[in-house]
Write a protein that binds this ligand. Structure first.
Ligand SMILES: Cc1cc2nc3c(=O)[nH]c(=O)nc-3n(C[C@H](O)[C@H](O)[C@H](O)COP(=O)(O)O)c2cc1C
Length: 246
């Protein structure tokens, strides 16, 4: 199926046939999930695949008794795994990126399910702690979505969407960027320990065999900048230790 077709054909399916889904198909769904983008490619997710009828019933109890969760042959519980989080993004990574990373994985599962001929539904309305208990999750796992998957018994038509004009704002017209040139071309073989580069155009510059230890770079144009064979101990770029950026 073409991607554009899958995007339009995907629906939230809440009526499933009582037919098993083979594990190799489920693996394809998880494989699609893990190809989702994640901040710094930290892949901070874990997936519980629930087929057992008794456990599916327990999940249904923790999710406002939404019938389709008990009926779907497979439930994929998508979790943030904070063991795998990217520490370098701090609070923003913790609260925002982890939700976005796992949401991207969920969307890949939904589109892949459509492509493979399955119906699916994203469920977000559940008791997080109840679900953690049922699946005996360690305290680093945070369930963020339940994806019900199965062969659709009924596929609803698409709920009305807002128009592109209602939701999108186009700003300006494109024009090619003027060619950038650097004020600084080459810096070689010198001691510039502690030097502060501030508001300098370093576009395409080359810095080699230079001691830049304890130096600072901020508000500079760094596109196509090359730095090699340099001592970078304690150097900061926009306030961040360069060793944390490499
Ligand atoms: C974050 C999120 C949480 C959702 N939670 C539920 C849910 O708990 N139960 C449910 O039946 N559908 C749930 N949905 C599905 C939406 O109701 C559905 O996507 C929406 O009505 C649009 O329909 P469509 O998916 O067929 O395009 C959820 C969707 C999202 C993105």
């Amino acid at each position: 199926m073409e991607l554009s077709e899958a995007i339009l054909a995907r629906r939230s399916v809440r009526n499933f046939r009582q037919d098993n889904i083979p594990d190799d198909r489920i693996r394809e769904l998880i494989r699609a999930a893990i190809y989702a983008p994640s901040a710094g490619n930290c892949q901070p997710w874990h997936f519980y695949i629930v087929k057992d009828t008794g456990i599916r019933k327990k999940v249904f109890e923790q999710a406002c008794r939404q019938e389709f969760l008990a009926d779907a042959p497979v439930l994929i519980i998508v979790c943030i795994d904070s063991n795998k989080r990217a520490n370098r993004y701090g609070e923003r990574g913790e609260t925002l990126y982890n939700i976005q990373n796992t949401a991207a994985a969920v969307q890949n599962i939904l589109l892949s399910a459509t492509d493979l001929g399955f119906g699916s539904c994203w469920c977000g309305d559940f008791d997080e702690y109840g679900l953690r208990d049922i699946l005996q999750m360690d305290d680093k796992k945070i369930p963020v979505a339940i994806v019900a998957v199965g062969y659709a018994d009924f596929t609803p038509s698409a709920p009305v969407r807002k128009s592109v004009e209602e939701v999108a704002t186009f700003i300006g017209e494109w024009e090619a960027c003027a060619e950038e040139t650097s004020e600084v071309r080459k810096i070689e073989h010198c001691d510039m320990g502690g030097t502060v580069f501030r508001d300098v155009n370093l576009y395409g510059a080359e810095i080699s065999d230079v001691n830049l230890a304890e130096g600072k770079i901020s508000e500079c144009n760094l596109r196509n900048l090359e730095i090699y064979n340099c001592c970078l101990d304690g150097m900061k770029v926009n306030g961040v230790e360069i060793s944390r950026l490499l």
